[in-house]
Design a protein around this ligand. Structure first.
Ligand SMILES: [Ca+2]
Length: 214
């Protein structure tokens, strides 16, 4: 019985390595041609915050109150509190390395090592200007059915962190007290273009992420 147990573990190791490296390409489509009606002047979709983590972990969830880290990131793009929260997960062996980027152009690529115990990837990008809006892919799992995915392309939806009640891109600071749960963003058409996180008319996403196994 014991030897059978060991055998099955060894098979697992042989068929799929414990870790894998992915090339991650973040491609912004938040521009005046994809979002033709109300694209804001002087806008940015950064910084981009990436971490791989245990499949049971979520940095945010729909309907749940945003953590301080998510709130600060969504409202200001500051990653200090988010890094502190992830460091706590790293200490519990629930999260891997953080990658932070502030790209200048429309597309940026980087390499990410993920492990079988931390096979899920969350990528966050802050929308500027905005009250508390951020784009994300939450917990994309790269190890499934005992193997590493060859590639995956994910569209990022835009979320409302529920911590500021401003309704337009440049609303003055208006803290939501108490905070509402995180939701997919739907906005006032006079100012912006979102319905449940995508463009209301053409369905465009603000960004796409491609994972490609190296
Ligand atoms: Ca809000």
């Amino acid at each position: 019985m014991l030897s059978g147990c060991f055998l099955s573990i060894r098979f697992g190791d042989e068929t799929a390595p414990n870790s894998a490296v992915y090339k991650v390409t973040f491609s912004s489509q938040w521009n005046a041609s994809s979002f033709p009606t109300n694209y804001p002047f002087n806008s940015e979709l950064e910084p981009i915050f990436t971490v791989n983590h245990n499949a049971s972990l979520s940095l945010f969830s729909l309907g749940s109150t945003a953590t301080t880290g998510i709130r600060q990131f969504a409202e200001t793009g500051n990653t200090n509190a988010l890094r502190t929260e992830v460091r706590r997960y790293q200490n519990q062996n629930l999260a891997g390395n953080i990658t932070e980027l502030s790209p200048v152009g429309r597309e940026v690529s980087f390499f990410l090592r993920v492990t079988q115990s931390q096979p899920s990837v969350t990528i966050l990008a802050s929308l500027f200007p905005s009250p508390d809006w951020f784009a994300a892919v939450s917990g994309q799992r790269l190890f499934q059915d005992e193997k590493w995915l060859d590639s995956a392309t994910i569209q990022l939806a835009v979320f409302d962190a529920g911590t500021d009640s401003g309704e337009t891109f440049t609303s003055p600071n208006a803290p939501e007290i108490p905070a509402r749960g995180v939701s997919l963003l739907s906005t006032n058409r006079s100012d912006s273009d979102f319905r449940v996180g995508k463009h209301y008319a053409n369905g465009n996403a603000v960004a796409t992420v491609t994972f490609s196994l190296q």
